[in-house]
Every structure is written in structure tokens, then in C-alpha cells.
Design a binder for this molecule. Sequence first.
Ligand code: C2E
Ligand code: CA
Ligand code: CA
Length: 661
Amino acid sequence: MKYTSKYWLFLLIGLGLMLFCMFYDRDGKLSKGRFIALFTVGTACMLYTAVLGLESFTKPSDSITPVMASIMNAMLVSVYVFLFVIGAAIVTYVLFKYLKNKNIVVLEHVAIIAFTLVCLAFGIFVSYSDFWGGKEIICFLTMVLYVGCLLIYRPYVTILILGACFMGFYKILLTYQGGLTFQKQDIVISGVVQKIISGDSVNYITFFISLSTICFAIYHGRLNEARKSKALEKSAKEDQLTGLYNYSYFSELAEERIRNLTGDFAENVLLFLDVHNFKAFNDQRGFEEGDRFLITFGKYLSDAFRGSLFARQADDHFVVMTKTDGLTDRLNALNDLVHDYDDEILLGINCGVYHLNSNREDPRMSIDRARYAAHMIKNRFQTVCIEYDKTMSEAYHKRLYIINNIDNAVKYGWIVPFYQPVVWSDTEEVCGCEVLARWMDPVYGQLLPNEFIPVLEEYRLIHKLDKAIFEAACRDLREAIDAGRPVVPISLNFSRLDFELMDAVTELDDLAAKYGIDKELIHVEVTESALTDNFTLLNNAMNRIKELGYSLWLDDFGSGYSSLNVLKDYQFDVIKIDMRFLSNLESSEKARTLIDCIINMANRINMLTLTEGVETKVQAEFLNKSGCTRLQGYLFGRPIPKEALYDRISKGELTVSDRRL
Ligand code: C2E
Ligand code: CA
Ligand code: CA
């Protein structure tokens, strides 16, 4: 024991380090394995210094004077104290952290590096003592390996520390070769033969353990890497929520399958499935329930289309490539399952079906066509599936055209603002104009907003159009001001997505500044459906619009679900009452009362009203009497280009009011 104690100590440490390397994890958390490893190291240091360390004190002898012996012992004691303190610190620290289960990154590194230095010092010390014996150099190498184990996860630190040590050691060796006498060899040489023998075998064992540790640690690291890349590969193919394939992997596989098709291509179909009413389900039941539904839907889909290719595209959209046999039955069964999922919220599926024509078709395009077909039955709960056909093809191509040409439309000025007058209800003089976009297309002629706005919104491109239309309107206004024409405020339509896709408020403010337009001349229209989701973003935008001094108008009031809440949450200057309220105004007492109440209510919460879609004199008179201040509709004018508007004004058909409210 006397001669091998140091080796046993390091053997223990080696074992501890092996565990440490095996269980090392990069996020710096104290795992169980690391806890055991560090604990072993700390305890070994303490035990050794406390129990065995005392044995190694040097006694004075013939070759060692008492003074030398006490100097050596003093040095030894300080090494032991140092080791003990480090051991105790590690143990306390590890225990403390383990109890608190916290991160131990910084201090742990300090402890490891300190311990590294001790290991190396010990290795140097032993080899240095036995320089002439030539055996104990293995101890130094062993220590170096320990350090390697310890620092294997931080290669740069390892190289630095080891490099410095090798340099130092090499320098010492050179000094010896220079012929200096070495006193310490006497201790070693006068030692017992047994020491060398047992020392050797321990050396070999520890050497072997250290080597194995390093191999193990490297293997462990590699294994982790392999696992990670496997997980990565999986996530590249799978949809995280449902575990089905994701869309890009689906497209890859579908492409391959399509290329290999033979026979009747039209027997093969691509489906696009959309869950009917899922938004309402999500709103009412919350996202977690929504996710749970999607997972279940994934299972239904796997059961219904076993053997086919299917995937989740995004949100509540799923895609399938399958055969036509029994397709309708399968879809109906799937629809029934979805239908029974919730007792209160009516869920269902809308499925678009696209039949392949050849084996050169692009799966993404085919899915897009199926999606277009599904879109046609979006609000028809009774219809489960619809096939993409020739009549759809034309509309589909128009849609594609719009998506592909929005940049050209902006660039070449095909997007043109039309102006529809808004009048005071008492004098019927023009008090403003709503800016309504028209797409003057070289191929299709004039396109109306209902043809391009929903498509651009669906493909999240609407901000491009709006930015262009805002700029064109501001430019027109500037021209009118410069030409000395009478001007009225313009109202601009903001899409909900504008606030997500661009910094819409800043864009507007910059345009107003660029063309030197007074803020009172710009009204911002937002629809109530815009205000139902992403509250924080929209709330901030609404507040900024008001703060900057623009007038904020609520568009299409009464056409959505949450109108009254919206009135509570935001301060609008004007509410635009949806034209649907006017449809049976003349014949229905109830309709009249309703409009009357809305106008009253708005006035009581300090908001003015504008009624849209006024087409008859009777409607206009009724609204004026009810206290609605502004009117807009075909009775006063349709949306027209600016030149036509100027024309009507100069002919006296429209009178411009100079009253502002
Ligand atoms: P909106 O904002 O509610 O605009 C009023 C729509 O009602 C316009 O349709 C207008 O032509 C129509 N209208 C006006 N008076 C009458 C009337 O007396 N009777 C009837 N039946 N209709 C009338 P338009 O121009 O087709 O625009 C449709 C929608 O497209 C707009 O509804 C608006 O939501 C959107 N939109 C139009 N231009 C833009 C735009 O530049 N940006 C954005 N984001 N949306 C726009
Ligand atoms: Ca509007
Ligand atoms: Ca409207």
C-alpha cells in the first residue's frame, strides 16, 4: 500500500473520469453520471490525502539531512493540503449543486482545470524522481491520458495545457542531460524492488484504463453525433406535430411515384384536404385541443389511406396521393369521423381531387390545383369533395397568373386606384373618397378586387399591392393639391396581413411624409375580422395609427362575429356599417330599427358612422334622419379613376365640401 497508494488514488480517479466522459452532456447540466464521476474524484483526493498521504513522509537518513527532509515534507504537506482542499471543494460543490439541481458550468470548469494541473504535476513529479530508473515515465504518460480524458470535450484547452507541460518537462530533461546531479534518485533507487514491480503493474492497469476511457469517450461522442443526425434526418421528413410525412418529403416521394406510373394515369389522384371550421374549433377550444385534433386527424387519415402516400401540408391542410377506387366512400367515412369529433362544433372536411394526366406532372402543381378545387367548396359544409375540372382550370390559371404577376403589376403600374365618393348625409356634398384597387391587366383586362385580393391574401402577397396603391393614392393627392384642385380626405383599405407582412404604419407614415400629405387627409380602414387574431400586434398598430394622427375607421361593421368586442377594445373615429344591413331596409321594420340602434350606439360611444352601399334615395333619407353622418354608395357614385372624378366635379355632378369633422 505504501508504494502503490498514489496509483490507487489515480486508478480511482481514472474510473471517475471514465464515467464523466461517458455521461458528459454538452448543455452543462449535472447529470447522474457526472455527479458520480466528480464525486469519486473529490472523495479520492480527500481520502488519499487524509489517510494514505501521511505514509509518504520522508524520514531523515544517511543521504537526507533533517533539514532537507523537513523541506521535502513541508512541500509534500502543501501538495496534500492543496489536493485535500480541491477534493473537499469538489465534493461540497457537487453535493450543493446536486441538491439544487442547477447548472454547474463555470465553477466546474475551474475545478476540472485545477485538477488537471494537479494530475500533471504529479506525473511530472514521479517521472522526475525516477529519471534514472526509467520506469516511472509511464506514470507521467498515464497522467497525461487522465488529463486527456478529463478535457476530451474541450480540445483547445487540452492542447494548451498539455503543450505547456510537455515543454516544461522537456526542458527539465535537457537540464539533466546537461550533467546536473539529481538528489532524489537516491530515494527511488534505495526503494524496495517490490515498489518497482507493483508500481509497474499498477502503471499498466491505469494506462490501459485511461486508454479505454478515451476510446469510450470518443465512441460516445460519435454515437451522440450519429443519433443527432438521425434525428435531424427524421425531422427533415416528418411533420413534428402529427408524425406524418411533411410536405417537402411528400412531394419528393410523390414525384418519384408519378414518374413510375404506367397505364391509366387518371386513376391516380392527388387530394388536398382542408378541415372545415377548424378555425372556429381552435378559437373556442384553444390551441392545445386544436393540436390534439390534428394528431387524431392524422391517425384517421393513416387509417383511411393505408398504403397510399399522405402528409400534412401545413395548418389544417393535408395531402394524399392515392387511387380512385372507393375514394368517395373513404372520404365520406373520414368526414363522418371528423364530424363526430366534437358534439358542438360542426367539423368536416373539404377535399379537392386532381386526376393526373401524365407521368410528367409536378406534384406540387397538382396539389395546388386540388387545393384550388377544395377552396371552391370551403364554405359548403354539405360538400365533402370536388374534382378539379376544365372550368376550374381557367379560374385557376388566372389565380396563378395573379400570384406570378403581382411584382410586374406593381412595377408597370397595372395597379390603379379608383375613387368612390363619400358624402355628408345632410348636404350630400363629397367629404371623402374611398380608394379601391383595380388591376388593369394587359391580358385579362380590368380585374376586380374580389378576383385578386383573396388570392394575394392567401399567398401572403397582399402587402405588395397595398403598398403600391397607397403610394399611387398619395401621389394623386399631391398632384391634385399642386394643381389647386379642391381635395378631400382619402380612405385606404388595410388588410389584416399588411400588419404582419410589413411595418404598415411606418410605410404609410413615410409615404405621407414623402408626398407631404397632411395626416388629416388620410383615413385608415381596417375590417373587424382583421382585429380578431394576433391581438398584441394589431393593438399596437392601431394605437400607433391614432398616435400619429390618422383617423381610424372600422370597415364592414356587422359582417363578422365579434363586432361588439372590437368596439370595446379599440377607439375608432368612424364605423362603416356593412351594406348588408341595407338590403331590406325599405320593406323591413326590423332592419330599420337595427340600423337605427347601431347608429345610436355608435354615437353614444363617441364614434361616427358611415353607411356603405347606399343605392336609393329612400335609404339615404332614412340614414340621414337616423343620425348617420356619412354615406357611400352607387347613389352618389361608383368607384372611378381620378380623371373621371375630376370630370364629375367640374361638371357639377359632385360638389366638394370643405367641412371637416
Ligand atoms: P370594401 O372596403 O367594403 O369596399 C366597398 C366595396 O363595395 C367596393 O367593392 C365598392 O365598389 C362596393 N360598393 C360601393 N358602393 C356600393 C353600392 O352601392 N352597392 C354595391 N353593391 N356595392 C358597392 P370593390 O371595389 O369591388 O372592393 C371590394 C373589396 O376589396 C373592398 O371592400 C375591400 O375590402 C377590398 N379592397 C379594395 N381595394 C383594396 C385595397 O386597395 N387594399 C385592400 N387590402 N383591400 C381592398
Ligand atoms: Ca373599405
Ligand atoms: Ca366595407
